[in-house]
Design a binder for this molecule. Structure first.
Ligand SMILES: Nc1ncnc2c1ncn2[C@@H]1O[C@H](COP(=O)(O)OP(=O)(O)OP(=O)(O)O)[C@@H](O)[C@H]1O
Length: 270
């Protein structure tokens, strides 16, 4: 775990027309850690992720990546920094096999033909590097995989491209107990391999099982970013549902002025 975040956001504002969805949001993600991003439906999690991944321009605020101020104006900018997002709907093509999916849009070529052996080897190495052993054949169509295996392929695809920050949107939402455990293990392994991982989740068991830090959004404001060991399950629920936790001494007044102290120190309680 490093003291300097890999990605730090400060003062992010985002509106859609008259609706302000993110207000003065601070957020940090550290290499080697899983940061859980929690919040109720509509709190602004997806919008924040779309700002980080260059899909939505921000109205105000700064991005610092690896200690340097950066601009992220397009998904290409985000990808160049090594930021990858794995969305809930996975965006895998059922009629393609695992290798084809992992290289979709970024195929390796040898002259004018596809370099299948190289792609197959890289896919195999990536899956092996993540200790994924549940997939029988890399030439299996994705349609024949279980939900957990699909999630694994989607995560491995994100990791293949020298990613440094991987954002996972509800990776266990559609999974049963055993597959959830497998995917959470993989999430942990990504961080243990040195990546910064951001996990969006509504499932508190998952959040507490795998995260190092928890960042809570409430009505577009970041009301807390704390170490997971410093907060209880019920305090997180209070933050999600009320934007504050009296027992934590948090004083966020979402939607109000001067809600939170200006301390953006990673791990600071806001
Ligand atoms: N493109 C858009 N245009 C207008 N409003 C939007 C747009 N995208 C999101 N919003 C609004 O922004 C708010 C935050 O939405 P967002 O999807 O970021 O929340 P969320 O925390 O990801 O919710 P969920 O957990 O349900 O996915 C919502 O009120 C939503 O209606």
């Amino acid at each position: 775990m490093s003291a300097t975040p890999l990605l730090e956001l400060r003062g992010i504002d985002k509106s859609f027309g008259p609706v302000q969805v993110l207000r003065d949001v601070a957020f940090a993600a550290h290499a080697g850690e899983v940061t859980a991003l929690v919040g109720d439906n509509g709190a602004g999690k997806s919008t924040l992720v779309k700002c980080i991944s260059g899909i939505h321009p921000t109205d105000a605020g700064e991005f610092v990546f690896d200690g340097r101020p950066v601009s992220i104006n397009s998904p290409r900018d985000a990808a160049a920094l090594g930021i990858e997002v794995v969305y809930q709907d996975l965006a895998l093509c059922d009629n393609l096999d695992i290798v084809q999916n992992m290289f979709l849009g970024r195929e390796k070529r040898s002259g004018i033909v596809l370099d299948e052996p190289t792609m197959e080897q890289m896919a195999a190495e990536t899956l092996a590097g993540l200790s994924v052993r549940t997939v029988k054949s890399l030439r299996q169509h994705v349609s024949s995989l279980s939900g957990g295996q699909r999630q694994t392929v989607a995560i491995a695809k994100a990791v293949l491209w020298n990613s440094r920050l991987v954002i996972l949107d509800e990776p266990t939402a559609a999974l049963g107990v055993a597959q959830t455990a497998q995917v959470l293990e993989l999430v942990r392994r990504l961080a243990d391999n040195g990546l910064a991982v951001v996990l969006i989740s509504h499932n508190m068991n998952d959040v507490f099982a795998v995260s190092d830090r928890i960042a809570a959004l409430y009505l577009g404001q970041m009301v807390a970013q704390v170490k997971t060991t410093d907060i209880t399950h019920s305090q997180v629920v209070e933050l999600i549902t009320a934007g504050r936790s009296g027992s934590l001494g948090l004083t966020g007044e979402p939607g109000g002025n001067g809600a939170a102290p200006a301390d953006t120190t990673p791990g600071a309680v806001r």
